[in-house]
Design a protein around this ligand. Structure first.
Ligand code: ATR
Length: 277
């Protein structure tokens, strides 16, 4: 999606994938810095490790406790730190890495765009309490949902999130069970659904699907998980995690280039590469 976006905007940039072992992450970031990279994306398991490696953290990485985007910045002649793209004529001697996180915004933007959902005042059933679940819960709380129902195989992890929400967002009601009545959104952050024979991430007996429930699955491959299939069969609105992938990428693109991301171009490139159409 990034290469398609660079081409659409006429930028002579390239986005490349590299594999690095976690124990070499520091060296990999250092290598990119000295070779004049504009920035990097990081994925599992590097997102948490990078917190202690980058030279500075943007507020987004501090809030979400993870780094998925790095921008390299150079010290300009008057002492300010600027993105490297603004210093091409006068290459800086000193370069630093700055960590950002675009994942949480990616989720909120995708819910807005793909489910047409404004989160303020909504009741949400969140399935899963791992890294992605925690970020989602906190993002939903910052967006002003009224109630969060947290369901996870390991109760202690859901309890930790509940405690964090109660402490930082006292106006959001966070409960540790299936809701007794309808919700506006069911959000899957577990890995259940990645494999074809996975169980559903929710207990249909405890909480049956209704047409009024919108269902979002962070999984995007397969395009339709068993959860989305069941929700659709019940008449509900559904969306998979492709939009989240798109929007976290679009935000990273803007952090690096300073230009508005061409969303349609990026979405088409993603769909072609992931689904082949
Ligand atoms: P991520 O960073 O993608 O969130 P994670 O932190 O490993 O990855 O979290 C995976 C989530 O999927 C967790 O909520 C996990 O439940 P536990 O906290 O009980 O481990 C959930 N999950 C994974 N496999 C599962 C399974 N077989 N049944 C139920 N939940 C499962």
């Amino acid at each position: 999606m990034h290469n398609a976006a660079f081409a659409a905007l006429g930028l002579n940039w390239r986005y490349l994938a590299f594999e690095a072992r976690p124990e070499n992450l520091r060296a990999a970031i250092e290598g990119a810095r000295v070779m004049g990279f504009m920035g990097l994306n990081l994925t599992v398991p590097h997102k948490l490790l990078a917190l202690d490696i980058v030279d500075a953290l943007d507020v987004s990485a501090k809030v979400w406790g993870a780094v998925n985007t790095i921008r390299f910045e150079g010290r300009s002649t008057n002492g300010d730190w600027l993105p490297l793209r603004l210093l091409e004529k006068d290459p800086p001697v000193e370069i630093r890495s700055v960590g950002f996180n675009t994942d949480a915004d990616g989720l909120a933007n995708s819910l807005r765009e793909d489910l047409k959902m404004e989160l303020r005042g909504k009741r949400v059933l969140l399935l899963g309490a791992g890294g992605a679940g925690r970020s989602a819960a906190l993002k939903l709380a910052t967006e002003g949902v009224s109630e969060l129902f947290l369901v996870n195989r390991t109760l202690s992890k859901a309890l930790e999130i509940q405690t964090e929400i109660q402490k930082n967002f006292p106006s959001v009601r966070a409960e540790l069970d299936y809701p007794k009545s309808d919700v506006d959104l069911i959000l899957n952050s577990t890995s259940l659904g990645l494999k074809p024979d996975d169980a559903l991430p929710l207990d249909e007996k405890a909480f049956p699907f209704r047409p009024t429930h919108a269902v979002y699955d962070m999984i995007y491959r397969p395009a339709e998980t068993a959860l989305l299939k069941a929700a659709k069969a019940a008449g509900g609105k559904t969306a998979n995690g492709l939009g989240m992938l798109l929007h976290q990428g679009a935000k990273a693109f803007e952090i690096w280039t300073g230009k508005t991301a061409p969303l349609d171009v990026m979405r088409r490139a993603l769909e072609e590469n992931i689904y082949g159409h």
